[in-house]
Write a protein that binds this ligand. Sequence first.
Ligand SMILES: Nc1nc2c(ncn2[C@@H]2O[C@H](COP(=O)(O)OP(=O)(O)OP(=O)(O)O)[C@@H](O)[C@H]2O)c(=O)[nH]1
Length: 604
Amino acid sequence: MKTANIRNFAIIAHIDHGKSTLADRIMEQTETVSERELSAQLLDSMEVEQAHGVTVKSRSVRNFYHGDDGQEYEYNLIDTPGHVDFSYEVSKSLAATDGAILLVDATQGVQAQTIANLRLAVKHKLTIIPVINKIDSASADIAATEAQLRALRPEFKDTEILKISAKTGQNVHQVLEAIYQRIPAPAEGNDQALKALVFDSQYDPYQGIIAEIRLIAGQLQAGQKLLLMNENSTFTAQTVGIYRPNMQAVKTLKTGEVGYLVTGLKDINAIQVGETITDFEHPTQEALPNFQPPQSMVYAGLYPKEGTSYEALKQAISKLALNDAAFHYTPEQSEALDAGFRCGFLGIFHLQIIQERLHDEYNVEVLTTAPNATYHVYLKEPDARKEYLTITNPAKFPDFAKIDYVTESYVKAVITTPNDYLGAVMKLCEQHFGEMVDLDNQQELVTLTYKLPVSEIAYNFFNSLKSITHGYATLDTEFLDFELVDVVKIQIQINYAPVDALDILVPRQNAAQIAHKLVEKLKYTVPRRLYPMPVQAIVENKAIARVDVPPLRKNAAVNGEKRSISKKQQLLRRQSLNKRQAARSDIKLPQSVFDAVLNLDSEN
Ligand SMILES: Nc1nc2c(ncn2[C@@H]2O[C@H](COP(=O)(O)OP(=O)(O)OP(=O)(O)O)[C@@H](O)[C@H]2O)c(=O)[nH]1
């Protein structure tokens, strides 16, 4: 196919606005798949996923379209994977496209995610085709949706906005025509040195890393010796191919095309998303600008639960990290939980998704400690080599006597919400020490910009935001800077033994209140013993809250029991011996104990 006849595009939309239905219709009308195959194929891929325990889903689909102008076009429809909250995932795919179909449901109009995705597409300088969907529905309000779209982006002209039904197929032909008419073809470059962008990758136990690539220049064939420009390592291309939507090997991938490359590389860290691949013999001069992997916002410890080995967790985590460039990990050791990993996430929701994926895809059960933000700790007597310590694990927070001051990461949070919830959203941000930077009112939707400390949004902020706006708000965060904060560490001792995995860092002004709540919660979640166990919250060497976890059995030594004095003394001696032995905390802490820390915020 001539480069001039290739088009690479994505479909972006708010949830349920019809993205999958339109993708299906496009595949059907271009005869990539038959109607019958559409459903059969979905089932197939799920079976494969189950069998291999890896995500084997097509990221891009190549379709051939016969335009009304008499020419044949190659349409590479690139899936925008990932949950709506992971704009980074969408961003990766958009980097491989030249245009986007912005789909809006006529029964709902412009929604928060429509705006968020449009913003991303504009950022990537993509040509945008605005499309109003579900015009067949009785409750469709086409005129109002059109007005909203134009208010959102005055550049959209009346005639540009297409009105379709992805369900019935009405006017989908107009979309297919608009793709080659409006979206630019990739730049020519078949005679240039190979330059390919890796925009996603997956791991196959037999074939190693399979990279999803877009060729910016040059050509690529199986057997070619390749160079990873960032990693500065070489390998030989095993197979190259395209998704139709199943994997189909091809002889050559050409400039502008999108496809897959089987690398045979078994080291899961060998290729990062954003990598530039070139020919080893005839390399291109300059690598593509690297993707900035998003900064981890929150950190939490992941430890193997009973029945899961450390090795199994390590394997699973490293494979997941390959598939999710926003997920970072380093090994760590906890006194209470033994060997595990300190992991960095984009937010608490990302953490939940990782936990679920570990369970679903790798059959690994993990115990997750309460998440925390990143702190820079400046010491009174600083190390000559390091200006400050970077703390991502509260257990490593230095002794308060040594600390000069502490700074914490702040983010710019852009929240888009329907107008009705404006008051509630502002209140929520203020409760979390937010400082308003901007407020932009666009008809029924408002975009608010706040400066917020990461620790404040690390816990339940997003859930609270979703719940007060009935799921309609979106949250986009961007790292700003580190700012001075007054935080203290709450250490928890169970039966006089410190449990490092429960350490948390909190604002000094909230420390007493949080400490009390925490020990109260622990009272009911720490597994009971035969004797009462004190649970204490220690701040700067002082116990500021304490409860006793009630014993499993009645304390035989208390008054009222019909026992001789010597029997009671004997019991007391035994109990105190038990206590002393238990002080080297051998208590197996269940997830509910860590959740107690996690859920503290929800009752504020
Ligand atoms: N009436 C009508 N319903 C439609 C149309 N397009 C999609 N739908 C329905 O809308 C619902 C959501 O469609 P999907 O294609 O799954 O939407 P999506 O955007 O892919 O949703 P997510 O994958 O959850 O983000 C489904 O029940 C579709 O049948 C349309 O043109 N008309």
